[in-house]
Design a protein around this ligand. Structure first.
Ligand code: MG
Length: 307
């Protein structure tokens, strides 16, 4: 008796199940089984489909094209391994700002830099924002806003605190924001597509995608992860500058509301500023101004109590 085996992906397996149907009794590990003219067909959860009988070849041939067409995508290379010439490719990059700052939101930007615009952006002054002072960031960002496609997300403190208190880790919050920003950017750019996506890495690739489980749309085509992404492609440098610019504007707004300059970071100045807010208004305003779960909240309380 001849037999043929096909390996299919989940979608094809489901299609075949719909086609052949499920009998009252299934062999162990099987998801469907049927007898057709001169052939019995059994599909297993693993994606293996077994055709047995003199018509095995003929019957399996009906699915061969589909099985081949829907083979699982090639796995992307592990993070850290970028294609040769990456710096000169057309890339969508993403970066975030504000995750370590007690005051202010998290801002995430995804930005697209086409290969042939790299020299123009370098001339605009786009480079690693860690080496740039705020006034330079503001001036370069203002030019960038008019120059390249980008998508900005601002997660303000109330929402951040809600998510954090619901049990969401900061890593998960960041992953969701990067993924959303990249999705929005791709919508803006469509039908044009980046050659590659570079996420300024804050988590291992496997963890990043674990955080995204359950999201309606997950960007995973040609996505690469690298720490110090700003120095690897100008798209991440541009995203970083725009995210910092958005963060600075939000901090200006918070300073206006507070009536004094709100400091960045998470050091002693920040504790003093939070204490000042508590004294001037009420502790409840911290929910609007800060990431409440930081240790700074307790430090500010102690300052107010004179401890
Ligand atoms: Mg970063």
């Amino acid at each position: 008796m001849s037999h043929t085996v096909l390996i299919v992906n989940e979608a094809t397996l489901q299609k075949m199940k719909d086609h052949y149907g499920v009998p009252a009794k299934l062999p162990a590990g099987a998801v469907f089984a049927a007898k057709v003219d001169g052939c019995s067909v059994t599909g297993y959860r693993s994606g293996k489909v077994l055709f047995q009988g003199k018509e095995a070849q003929t019957e399996s041939a009906k699915w061969e094209g589909q099985a081949a067409a829907s083979k699982p995508k090639k796995a992307s290379p592990p993070s850290g391994q970028l294609p040769a010439g990456f710096a000169n490719m057309s890339v969508a990059g993403s970066d975030e700002v504000g995750t370590g700052d007690f005051f202010g939101p998290i801002t995430v930007v995804a930005a697209y830099v086409e290969a042939d615009r790299i020299p123009e952006l370098a001339a605009l002054g786009v480079r690693d924002s860690k080496d740039m002072k705020d006034p330079e960031i503001v001036s370069v960002a203002k030019k960038l806003l008019r120059t390249i496609p980008y998508s900005l997300l601002v997660l303000r403190n109330e929402k951040y605190n809600d998510l954090q208190e619901s049990g969401m880790s900061q890593g998960k919050i960041k992953a969701i924001l990067h993924n959303q920003a990249l999705g929005k950017l791709q919508d803006k750019m469509a039908p044009e597509k980046p050659e590659a996506v570079l996420v300024d890495q804050f988590a291992e690739k496997s963890i990043y995608y674990r955080h995204l489980k359950g999201q309606k749309r997950i960007i995973e085509e040609n996505v690469f992860f690298s720490t110090k992404g700003e120095s690897i492609h100008l798209a991440v440098a541009a995203a970083s500058i725009l995210a910092r610019y958005a963060f600075l504007k939000e901090m200006d707004t918070l300073s206006e509301k507070a009536g004094f300059t709100i400091p960045k970071g998470a050091g002693p100045k920040v504790d003093e500023a939070a204490a000042r807010l508590i004294r001037t208004y009420d502790e409840s305003v911290l929910r609007h101004f800060t990431k409440l779960h930081f240790a700074n909240t307790e430090k500010a309380r102690r300052i107010v109590r004179g401890l």
